[in-house]
Design a protein around this ligand. Structure first.
Ligand SMILES: NC(=O)c1ccc[n+]([C@@H]2O[C@H](COP(=O)([O-])OP(=O)(O)OC[C@H]3O[C@@H](n4cnc5c(N)ncnc54)[C@H](O)[C@@H]3O)[C@@H](O)[C@H]2O)c1
Length: 256
């Protein structure tokens, strides 16, 4: 009997890393529900991948809304006959300000989009993965998931919290043949990296980008495709014994 086609959800699918992940999954014949808030970029990605072996189903949704997360998980199950995995990538940086100057609403919004979203994604996806007999969850942290970072308190906290959620989910889900891991990119060549350079070096992006590259042992920031390759391995290929792991892809930054 032919192997059943896999289907997964990718959030932040219109972003630098998300689109790279969707491209690699579609090329491998995996059906993808591609979630983001930016409709036109999702549509472009769908058009770009129309000949790919895997199907891309673009869904405009806010990952911080319980109702919308529940709906896109249900859509994936209905459209593709079941769910094999979810790759939680969507995130925002928030304000670049010291804690004393940061807004309360800004903190809440970063935690809602970066952390609550992952909690919701796992909460609604896990029952579908159990029904399928197993699967995988990949969350996206950062090198800031275990380092401190001046001016990015809420973002920093939101990524640390994902390590805890990932480990707890790994403990709860092993018995169901579900692996749960967190990939931790370093500075990646995406729109978010430009915003990071601007945030740390207002008015001089080039200097900001240079400083981010200097944090690595390779002397350059990471390409989103490099992170996607490891993420797709965690989603589709890793053995069941690989669960609860924090996996850096950061040009050696975390070795410092
Ligand atoms: N770029 C970096 O340097 C870097 C470094 C470490 C970790 N990361 C992490 O890697 C992941 C991917 O980052 P990226 O560089 O591709 O960023 P990106 O800004 O290119 O992509 C993020 C995507 O998330 C989407 N998004 C934002 N809010 C959303 C919401 N409420 N609902 C649905 N989608 C939403 C955005 O529209 C965007 O397409 C993020 O989790 C980020 O925190 C990035």
């Amino acid at each position: 009997m032919p192997q059943q086609t896999q289907s997964v959800i990718v959030t932040g699918a219109a972003g630098g890393m998300g689109a790279a992940v969707v491209r690699q999954l579609a090329a491998r014949g995996v059906n993808v529900v591609a979630v983001d808030v930016v409709a036109d970029k999702l549509d472009r990605l769908k058009r770009e991948l129309k000949e790919a072996p895997g199907e891309v189903d673009p869904v405009v949704a806010d990952v911080g809304s319980a109702r919308e997360v529940e709906a896109f998980v249900a859509r994936a199950v209905q459209r593709f006959g079941g769910l094999d995995g979810i790759f939680n990538i969507a995130a925002i940086l928030g304000e670049f300000k010291p804690i004393a100057d940061s807004s309360n609403d800004g903190f809440d919004e970063v935690m809602r989009i970066n952390t609550k979203s992952v909690w919701l994604g796992m909460k609604y996806a896990i029952p579908a993965l159990i029904k399928r007999g197993g699967g995988a969850i990949v969350n996206t942290g950062s090198y800031l998931a275990w380092h401190g970072c001046e001016l990015l308190g809420p973002y920093n906290a939101s990524k640390h919290a994902l390590v805890a959620l990932t480990k707890t989910a790994a403990l709860e889900c092993g018995r169901y043949n579900i692996r749960v891991n967190i990939i931790c990119p370093g500075s990646m060549n995406t729109p978010m990296n430009d915003a990071t350079a601007d945030g740390f070096n207002p008015g001089d992006r080039a200097a900001g980008l240079k400083a981010l590259a200097a944090n690595t042992v390779t002397g350059r920031v990471t390409d989103p495709e490099e992170v996607a390759t490891v993420g797709v391995f965690l989603l589709l290929d890793a053995p069941i014994q690989m669960t609860g792991a924090l996996v850096p892809v950061d040009g050696g930054y975390s070795a410092k």
